[in-house]
Ligand binder design. Sequence first.
Ligand SMILES: NC(=O)c1ccc[n+]([C@@H]2O[C@H](COP(=O)([O-])OP(=O)(O)OC[C@H]3O[C@@H](n4cnc5c(N)ncnc54)[C@H](O)[C@@H]3O)[C@@H](O)[C@H]2O)c1
Length: 250
Amino acid sequence: MFDLTGKNAAVTGAARGLGKAIALGLADAGADLALVGLEGELMEDVAQAIRAKGRRAVVVELDLRNVPAIAPAFAKAEELLGPIDILVNNAGVNKTEPSVDVLQETWDRLNDVNLRAPFFCAQAVAPGMLARGVGKIINIASDAGQKGYAEHAAYGATKGGIIQLTRDLAVEWAGRGIQVNAIAPGAAWTDMTTPAMQIPEIAASILARGVSPRITNPEEIAWAAIYLASKEADQVIGHILNVDGGSGAQ
Ligand SMILES: NC(=O)c1ccc[n+]([C@@H]2O[C@H](COP(=O)([O-])OP(=O)(O)OC[C@H]3O[C@@H](n4cnc5c(N)ncnc54)[C@H](O)[C@@H]3O)[C@@H](O)[C@H]2O)c1
């Protein structure tokens, strides 16, 4: 079960955090990897770790805010690795602040990376997937896309948007062999959350979002990605898989 041998997966934002864990997890399950995003040196470290597992890995540097560069980057990934069977739209940025302080620059940056880029990454790989009649697209959403949190308006709007994008693309492409799904993490240990978790009051409020007494480890998001990328999940379509310590259950 959950054997991805022979599959090529592209993961955006694979330099660190959840993207790194997902890339390593998919490699453990047998996939070869294209690591797409910023921070090329860190992605190269991840690529080395994947090669040490006996899998192939290529690095393609891309600023996801640059829409015209997205299709060429995925074309390069396919040239280096082969046809992309699995796309994980993971890269994301966050800034929490009172809504009265949010600048247009912040709103645009979060939207560009978290919502606009995943659509154009999907658009870059979908023609090949549709032609081959098989493909998996996994969007990394958030519990913040399903619940309201103070000082999260710009971020939450992008994550609510990617959940709707997941359902729309799932419906459009499911009949032609592509399953589009999302994972909605709650707070997980990464560079995005670790600074906040150092502040006891913020850590307590983050923990209070869920019913689990701890926050999620990155590998626990990777295991969900492996499942959604596998043929065992072929009938899972347009689903939002919460891996959130029970945040969504409250
Ligand atoms: N960590 C959490 O608690 C948590 C919770 C819910 C959802 N998420 C989501 O999970 C995903 C990964 O988050 P993380 O915690 O690993 O974050 P992180 O900050 O540790 O890593 C973000 C990654 O995105 C890449 N990236 C940022 N801007 C980019 C750009 N313009 N172009 C290309 N790549 C870019 C970075 O290089 C990095 O590899 C995000 O979509 C985030 O919203 C995280």
